[in-house]
Ligand binder design. Structure first.
Ligand code: NI
Length: 215
């Protein structure tokens, strides 16, 4: 091999290696953007095919029957909890309300949905009075024990009456996560409850923007 062709070979190898590395970086970046979870603290990575969420048939705070299909075309920001919850649930609903305010014009695309895990106490009227302090856009959902169990199962939510608490003032143990369901009914993003309103707004905006560019 002549000196010239050896140099040519080395140069070609370097060019090829740089090309491969660059392509890899670009693909990784694209993947990160595709999963909608750049580096927002409190956001849990999920693929849209993760089987979280699904059909439900419940009653809203105005006594109307609603199903998941009624929300198609809009995003649902879903939280499971109960109105007697002393701290976590109200804090979470407040974070949701603040994040929606921060979203500005994009907020019309997102419906905040509170599903009770305590249908025995959370009647439509109770939900209505409770949600009034968080905003008129909030939808509160309750139902029979079976209907709530089915909704919780679809979202993989665990809930149970806490042992040893006063029967009249019992508390509920429950999974505490925020689910952003896409306009197609599939999971679009998942957030931990410790998330700040700023980060939640950023996570929702990223998902909404991505769905808009996807058509
Ligand atoms: Ni709670």
């Amino acid at each position: 091999m002549s000196r010239r062709s050896f140099i040519l070979l080395v140069v070609s190898a370097v060019v090829l290696a740089v090309g491969v590395v660059t392509t890899k970086i670009v693909l990784n970046l694209r993947q990160m953007t595709a999963s909608g979870s750049g580096s927002i603290p409190g956001q849990i990575r999920v693929s849209p095919d993760t089987p979280i969420g699904g059909p439900f048939a419940l009653t809203d705070q105005n006594g109307r029957r609603v199903t998941d299909v009624d929300f198609r075309g809009r995003f649902m920001l879903v939280y499971f909890g109960y109105t007697f919850c002393p701290d976590v649930c109200p804090t979470e609903l407040n974070t949701m309300a603040l994040a929606l305010k921060e979203l500005g014009a994009d907020a019309v695309r997102v419906v905040p949905v509170f599903i009770t895990v305590d249908p025995a106490r959370d009647t439509p009227d109770t939900l209505k009075a409770y949600l009034a302090s968080f905003g008129p856009e909030f939808i509160g959902l309750t139902g029979s024990d079976e209907e709530i169990a089915a909704a919780a199962k679809a979202y993989r939510v665990y809930y149970k009456k806490a042992e040893g608490t006063d029967p009249a003032n019992y508390s509920m143990d429950h999974t505490s996560l925020l689910y952003l369901m896409g306009s197609d009914g599939k999971i679009a993003a998942l957030f931990r409850t410790e998330i700040t309103a700023d980060d939640l707004a950023a996570g929702i905006r990223a998902a909404v923007t991505m769905s808009r560019t996807a058509g």
